[in-house]
Design a protein around this ligand. Structure first.
Ligand code: SF4
Length: 365
């Protein structure tokens, strides 16, 4: 690199997470305007046509090979067309889960269920039929009318989660889908977009959301995040972004998730809450709310992680505190025993009340 130009932070971040060399694409996605935009952002990538974004055998079979797994996340994108457009009813983080405009993630949190869908690598798939998706959302919002009663999601707006299967902050490095969603909700006075994120993408500060998009920065004590949040922005950077996002017109909530119980967790959460109390502006505090979600884990993911990140499993796999639960898809999940979980939720709420009394808890479970 020449002496004159040092890379901008955005550029540095993009190349840390993504150096795209190959793009698997459905033909219809390749022909679309959004597909062509993505290709233009990665002009040196080799394009491989595939009949379906779900059927790419090269992306599967990397369970135990984390180097390969992270390489796929860094070097591969998928372009597809989202076929079924439905908003799913939800009750916790949002009223509705919007149809995805992406799935997969370039980050690699050790507890994440997202990577299990498209081979363990599960690189980012961008859905290129964004106009169909935003059109569907406009009609769906119109059908709901005005929200009749406040609920914990929001006192007046219908809340749509736009990032269930991906991290929108990173998706916004790859395409304008997130920008289009923010622009769509800007014009919908009865609804709000919402997404949780572990990545600080300052390009989002230019999108002028006018209060109609809620960003939920995920936080946990840095000591935990340094072990389990792989390839994400660091926790102090996420906290430092809160005021800037509020100033840029976002609603900013905090997503305390997953809460990991271990020796010393209470002291570290108290320190995190005090840091928030010290660092956040009065404006950020006035609009803040939090959701608290205790860790759930999964037996198969535990086995995979033992192969590449056993240190994470010391935090995540605690048979002495956990109980198994068969999930709807037949997998064995584990979560903290009812009594342990209840005590943990209560204790964290007490810590919030003591150290960050301005922080309303939307829900805790
Ligand atoms: S950032 Fe979110 S979607 Fe990505 S790996 Fe971490 S938990 Fe999963």
């Amino acid at each position: 690199m020449g002496a004159a130009a040092s890379p901008s932070p955005v550029h540095t971040d993009l190349s840390r997470l993504l150096q795209v060399r190959e793009i698997y694409a459905e033909p219809a996605a390749l022909e679309s305007a959004r597909g062509r935009d993505v290709l233009a952002r990665f002009p040196t990538a080799q394009v491989v046509e595939v009949p379906s974004h779900w059927k790419i055998p090269e992306l599967h079979g990397n369970e135990g090979n984390v180097e390969r797994w992270v390489r796929v996340k860094t070097e591969t994108l998928v372009l597809g067309v989202k076929k079924s457009l439905t908003a799913r009813e939800n009750s916790r983080s949002s009223n509705w889960i919007a149809p995805s405009t992406a799935n997969g993630c370039a980050m690699a949190c050790a507890y994440c269920y997202v990577p299990r869908r498209k081979g363990y690598a599960n690189p980012i798939t961008v859905f290129t039929n964004i106009e169909q998706i935003t059109g569907y959302l406009r009609r769906h919002v119109a059908r709901q009318g005005v929200k009749a009663e406040p609920d914990q999601c929001d006192p007046v707006s219908w809340v749509y989660d736009i990032g269930e299967n991906s991290d929108c902050s990173v998706d916004a490095l790859v395409s304008d889908n997130v920008a289009d969603l923010v622009a769509t909700f800007r014009e919908l006075p009865t609804a709000k977009a919402s997404f949780a994120t572990k990545y600080v993408n300052r390009q989002l500060l230019d999108l002028d959301p006018q209060g109609r998009t809620r960003v939920r920065f995920s936080l946990m004590p840095d000591a935990d995040a340094r072990v389990v949040d792989v390839r994400t922005s660091r926790v102090p950077d996420r906290i430092a972004a809160v005021d800037d996002f509020v100033e840029a017109g976002y609603e900013v909530h905090l997503n305390f998730s997953p809460v990991i119980l271990r020796e010393g967790w209470e002291a570290d959460w108290a320190a995190l809450l005090r840091q928030l109390d010290d660092e956040l502006s009065p404006a950020a505090k006035a609009q803040a709310a939090a959701e608290v979600i205790m860790l759930t884990h999964n037996r198969d993911l535990h086995e995979v992680n033992l192969g590449w990140h056993p240190k994470a499993e010391e935090l995540l796999w605690r048979p002495d505190l956990q109980q198994p639960k068969r999930s709807q898809n037949g997998q064995w999940n584990v979560r903290y025993r009812n009594d342990v979980k209840r005590a943990g939720v209560t204790r964290l709420q007490e810590l919030i009340a003591a150290h960050a009394p301005w922080l309303r808890v939307r829900y805790a479970f």
